[in-house]
Design a protein around this ligand. Sequence first.
Ligand SMILES: Nc1ncnc2c1ncn2[C@@H]1O[C@H](COP(=O)(O)OP(=O)(O)O)[C@@H](O)[C@H]1O
Ligand SMILES: [Mg+2]
Length: 242
Amino acid sequence: MSLLEVYNLTKYFGGLCANDDISFTLERGELLGLIGPNGAGKSTLFNCICGYHPVTSGRIIFDGEDITNLRAFEVARRGLARTFQVYVASGDLNVEENVMVGAFMRIRSRSKARSRATEILKEFRLEPLAGSLVSELPVAAQKRVAMATALASQPKLLLLDEVAAGLNPTEVDEIMGIIRHVHGDMGVTIILIEHVMELVMRLSQRVIVLDSGRKIAEGAPEVVARDPAVIKAYLGERYAAA
Ligand SMILES: Nc1ncnc2c1ncn2[C@@H]1O[C@H](COP(=O)(O)OP(=O)(O)O)[C@@H](O)[C@H]1O
Ligand SMILES: [Mg+2]
């Protein structure tokens, strides 16, 4: 049984079709890249899967259960966690408290949530920052906190929305190492939205390309990168810009 099955997912915002009849499946242990130009509908797809937006039509099956249009917390409780493209730290929380919010998804006891948070902070080398306010951290550290918080809920599936955006090359290398660790060592299945092509192409086992809400390609990274439709819609423009 696949971990995630998406069937004919369509999402309208008024007259705008942000996701147009998208279908795909995701196997346990996979790392899937999701790419496409700005406005292609990548974040909307995450929002629909996570229950942040009701879908217009289509079906989403997670771990064998139909989760279509369940509310966000109900989806999260089933083991589906995400980070947001624009990471907003929760008010005045420090790093440890922020990660504990993730742990509380599964754990009720405060002391157990704290030890889970401590474990994750160690894993992400965030211990020295445990007492710092998230809102005052540099962006690279905030991204690490976002991932740590998502993982504290012990998800089966982690959706990462542009975790490398705004990072310098050294920081991109670092986050790439963390993603490898989460996928390879912690065994978490991942879907990754990313504009940093090097990261997508090196980490992903399979890539899906969206354009104007539609899935225009799906396959191995090196095959997708040579697909004329993908080059026309997305990669060409990025190569030209570089
Ligand atoms: N909450 C919303 N309300 C109305 N329109 C939205 C909303 N979220 C996204 N959109 C629109 O849906 C389209 C897809 O957006 P998005 O999923 O954010 O694209 P991407 O993440 O690929 O850049 C865009 O045209 C965007 O303006
Ligand atoms: Mg987006």
